[in-house]
Ligand binder design. Structure first.
Ligand SMILES: [Zn+2]
Length: 480
């Protein structure tokens, strides 16, 4: 199975696959309908592929609520395959979701084996990290509802539970705002180098639909609005938020651009606060990502409003100004009941230690030291390891370095400062050079599988992972 389970106890017995299951549920039980329907669909597909394997008799599939023992993990679950029934026991809904993901793989392995039978035994499992993330950039390229749903399906099968959704950048704003309608009318669009118009955005109804879809799968969406840098699309719609009067245009090329938001202007801070409030009401999850990466300070250095802000607050340098900006946003988010996440550049200035840092620069060793020194919790997604826009093999074309499956699998949280501050791991998929869902899946798979296993149980070894991945190759291919 992938991710590798904690405890496996196999018996020599094998169980023929039944024509159907009789579901036995606890009396008070709801919230798993979507998972059960998905399991049913999967089972019908398996039956259609090799109908001769399935015996006529139905089998009991029993779901049991585990007692709430404080000492064991909230998502602990047990799968017991013993004739004449299969029992899934869990403490939480997520525990049941994970048990069903595992059971699907076991059924797939049975139907693809020569005997066509389930191996009997017991599996006990729970995750090492509560944050197991996958990132998707939709500013550079916009993929739409169906692709995001497939992305979420894929995540669910790997027990990844946070989608970090990068919804704004220099090249486009992808999230409707009722309060600031120019974000979808203007900021969502860019003029391509050939003169054509490119863009799109999600309406708030679509966002609610995706949030509900994700929630059924046990996945929380973490929206990211990248501030104060990477904000040309925002400035195209609302130029007064910048330091200088300027005819801003969303970028149609890739890189870091000097025009950014002006933290010296009260109107900019008011705008950001109102916008965050609106989006916090839209997204129910506990986290909100405020960006903070790649912020050139060139325009701040010549802006009288930024200078005045620094004098007023007695800030010594421009990193401190970004630190102040970050702390203001962290404070707004706290008012709206959310925790702020930001890229690790924010640690170059002093920031509130309630902020969660997403460590990405280089191998993230130095960034972890900064987080540890300041006491910030962190999520690991080092550039050199977890960036899936990097080439999966050396012989492919591409703009970045190479990060193979084995390299992704090498991510080891224990190598980093204060591993107790590590909330989890994440792989990031930037889409400058990803043009369609096929490209997206090629970048994603199987490297996201390696990340998922490291985030679930980092005690496995690569050789074992590679052989399990091979056995499940067609299982994952069917998800694409
Ligand atoms: Zn300014």
């Amino acid at each position: 199975m992938i991710p590798f389970p904690r405890e496996t106890e196999l018996s020599s017995e094998q169980l023929p696959l039944p024509q159907s299951f009789t579901l036995v549920l606890p009396q008070t039980f709801e919230g798993l309908e979507a998972v059960l329907f998905r399991f049913q669909d999967f089972y019908e597909q398996q039956k259609a592929a090799r109908p001769e394997l399935f015996t006529a008799a139905p089998m009991k599939l029993r779901l049991l609520q585990m007692p709430r023992i404080a000492a064991s993990h909230k998502d602990m679950h047990l799968i017991s395959i013993e004739p004449p029934k299969i029992t899934l026991s869990a403490k939480s809904m997520d525990g049941f979701r994970y048990a069903f993901s595992s059971l699907k793989q076991l059924i797939y392995l049975a139907t693809s084996s020569p005997a066509g039978k389930l191996n009997c035994g017991r599996f006990i499992d729970y995750p090492s990290y509560d944050y197991r993330g996958l990132h998707l950039d939709e500013s550079r390229h916009f993929f739409g509802m169906n692709t995001v749903k497939s992305y979420l399906d894929y995540m669910a099968d790997l027990k990844l539970n946070y989608l970090h959704w990068h919804l704004s950048d220099d090249q486009g704003w992808r999230l409707e705002s009722k309060r600031f309608p120019l974000l979808s009318e203007i900021a969502a669009w860019r003029k391509q180098q050939d003169g054509s118009r490119y863009g799109g955005f999600y309406t708030q109804d679509e966002i609610r639909e995706l949030i509900a879809y994700a929630a059924d799968l046990g996945i929380t969406i973490v929206p990211e609005i990248d501030l104060p840098g990477h904000s040309l699309a925002l400035l195209q719609a609302y130029p007064a938020l910048g330091c200088e009067p300027h005819k801003y245009r969303s970028a149609n090329s890739w890189g870091v651009f000097e025009y950014i938001l002006c933290p010296g202007k009260d109107a900019t801070m008011d705008f950001v606060k109102e916008l965050l409030q609106e989006y916090c009401e839209l997204f129910p999850g506990p986290y909100f990502h405020i960006g903070g990466d790649e912020v050139p300070k060139t325009v701040w250095k010549r802006c009288p409003d930024c200078q005045a802000r620094m004098r007023q607050l007695n800030l010594q340098d421009y990193e401190a100004l970004q630190g102040w900006f970050t702390d203001q946003l962290t404070g707004y988010l706290k008012e709206f009941g959310k925790k702020a996440i930001a890229w690790d550049e924010v640690l170059d200035g002093a920031v509130d230690k309630s902020l969660i840092a997403m460590l990405w620069r280089g191998d993230a060793i130095d960034a972890a030291k900064l987080a540890a020194a300041n006491g910030n919790s962190y999520i690991l997604c080092p550039n050199k390891i977890c960036y899936l826009d990097w080439k999966p093999t050396a012989d492919e074309d591409g703009a970045h370095g190479v990060s193979t499956v084995e390299n992704v699998y090498s991510l080891s949280p224990q190598r980093y400062a204060r591993p107790d501050l590590c909330l989890g791991l994440q792989a990031n998929l930037w889409t400058e050079y990803v043009y369609n869902p096929q490209d997206l899946y090629h970048r994603l798979h199987p490297r996201a599988v390696a990340l998922a296993e490291r985030a679930w149980n980092p005690t496995g070894d690569y050789a074992g992972f590679a052989s399990r991945l091979k056995a499940l190759e067609d299982y994952f291919a069917a998800l694409s």
